[in-house]
Design a protein around this ligand. Structure first.
Ligand code: C2E
Ligand code: MG
Ligand code: MG
Ligand code: MG
Length: 283
């Protein structure tokens, strides 16, 4: 009897496994096709200087409409990383975004570009050369490009990743730690990598003015960043109260739905300094 029950349990388990494997294979095949058919798009979210309200940079965020249905990056970036498709996808984003931002730049608008990196992309062959080529082809100055990494990356494959990123830093490209404060290696990371910027995770910013501990932690991170000579960006600003507190703390830059939502490329032109004041009454 025990054997019978055990057998049934294995069957149920196998059926689950099967559905999961099929779903993942379908996703991988769809990702491959999406890449070939050009189904990916990039949205740009403004990063604003909190003292002047000027848009100093935009962060490129990948978008995928799978058969007309939006799939959040968090759902397909993992599978793209596992299958290796993240490498050609990231290269497309890199080239496309460098071209677009280079075209928006002119003598009156020194706008920069922030790109999110994946661990697999950094350890792929010719990573540094690929970035150099994208800069050369687009004409985007290295100093206008910021590469965002998360703490977890430097925990695995630490040495190779730190080496690659240091090579890029030597070219004049800027480095940022994204989602700062959520990893367990924040401070060790700052010692290992020659970073220019930290981006405070929204889990801190969300509590500004509402939660004493989170407000205190945010203030501490801003001060730490400044003491280390870093640019400090607060992410996930949604309420005016958060903006007021961050300004009072002297936080350098801000990003969030209140300041500007991710937008299609054609929307970015409206962020130019001349029209910036009419864009957002709240900023
Ligand atoms: P991230 O780099 O930390 O990007 C910020 C995320 O927060 C974006 O989500 C953005 O749309 C969202 N966001 C911005 N302001 C607000 C706000 O005020 N409130 C709330 N609730 N959310 C806000 P998204 O676009 O879904 O991207 C999620 C993550 O996926 C990114 O987090 C990044 O880690 C990754 N990602 C996005 N695009 C790329 C890419 O091109 N390459 C790689 N490797 N990763 C990417
Ligand atoms: Mg980011
Ligand atoms: Mg983040
Ligand atoms: Mg994130």
């Amino acid at each position: 009897r025990a054997k019978e029950l055990g057998g049934r349990r294995v069957e149920v388990f196998a059926a689950h496994m099967h559905a999961d494997v099929v779903r993942r294979l379908e996703l991988a095949a769809d990702l491959q096709r999406a890449l070939l058919e050009g189904q990916f798009a990039i949205e740009y979210q403004p990063v604003v200087d909190l003292a002047t309200s000027r848009v100093t940079a935009v962060e490129a965020l990948v978008r995928w409409w799978r058969g007309g249905e939006f799939v959040p990056p968090e759902q397909f970036l993992g599978p793209a990383e596992d299958t290796g498709l993240i490498v050609p996808l990231s290269e497309w984003i890199l080239r496309e975004a460098c071209q677009e931002v280079a075209a928006w730049r002119d003598s009156s608008w020194d706008i920069g570009l922030s790109l999110n990196l994946s661990a697999r992309q950094i350890t792929a062959p010719r990573f540094v050369q690929t970035i150099e080529a994208a800069l050369a082809e687009s004409g985007l100055p290295p100093g206008a490009l910021t590469l965002e990494v998360i703490e977890e990356m430097v925990v695995e494959d630490a040495e190779e990743i730190v080496t690659r990123l240091s090579e890029l830093r030597a070219l004049g490209v800027r480095l940022a730690i994204d989602d700062f404060g959520t990893g367990y290696a924040s401070l060790a990371f700052l010692r290992q990598l020659p970073v220019d910027m930290i981006k405070i995770d929204p889990s801190f910013v969300s509590g500004l003015g509402r939660d004493e501990t989170l407000t205190l932690l945010t203030r501490t991170i801003v001060r730490l960043g400044h003491d280390l000579g870093l640019i400090v960006v607060a992410e996930g600003i949604e309420r005016p109260e958060q903006l007021d507190l961050l300004r009072e703390m002297g936080c350098t830059r801000g990003q969030g739905y209140l300041v500007g939502r991710p937008m299609a490329p054609r929307g970015v032109d409206s962020l130019r300094p001349a029209t910036a004041s009419s864009l957002q009454g709240s900023v």
